[in-house]
Design a protein around this ligand. Sequence first.
Ligand code: S3P
Length: 160
Amino acid sequence: MIFLIGFMGSGKSTIAKMVSEKTKYPYIEMDQAIEEAEGMKIRDMFASKGEQYFRDKETEFLRHLKDEVVLSTGGGVILREENRVLLQEGTVVYLKAEWETIVERLTGDTDRPLWKGEDSEKKKRFDERLSLYEQVADVVIDVDQKTPEEIAEEVVGRLK
Ligand code: S3P
C-alpha cells in the first residue's frame, strides 16, 4: 500500500492518480470513499455531524483497508495516533509543501471545512501538523516548484 499524506492543497489526489497509473495499483481517494459510504459531502458532514464523526470514519476506513492500493488521504489523517499506527502498514509518502504554495493553491477554496477563518488560524494548523507528517513519513518529497509529472516520477523512484 502506498499512502500519500500532506496538508490540504499539497497535491495528494493528483499525484496519487498518477502514481496509480505508473504502478498499476488501484487508486482510492479516502475523502471520496467516505463521502460515498456516508452519502454526504464532507463539508456537510462537518456541519451536521461534527469533525469527530468524520475522524471516526477515517479511522474505520484505514482499519478495513486490505488491498494493495495507492491511497490519497485527507490532510488531517495524521491527527489520531491510531491512524498513524495504521499507516505504518504501508509506505507513507509525505508531499511536503511550503505554506506559501498552499495559500496560492487554496485561496478561494470554499469546499474544505478546515480551510476557513483567519490566516493566522490556518497557518497555526499547518505548523502544528508538520511534525506529525514528518513522524509518519517513510519518504518526504518537496513539491514546491515541481510539476506533477516530476513529483509522481520522484514518488515511484523512491518506492524502489
Ligand atoms: C482535512 C482535509 C481534507 C478533508 C477534510 C479535513 C484536514 O482533505 O479530509 O476536509 O483536516 O486537513 P484534503 O487534504 O484532501 O483537502
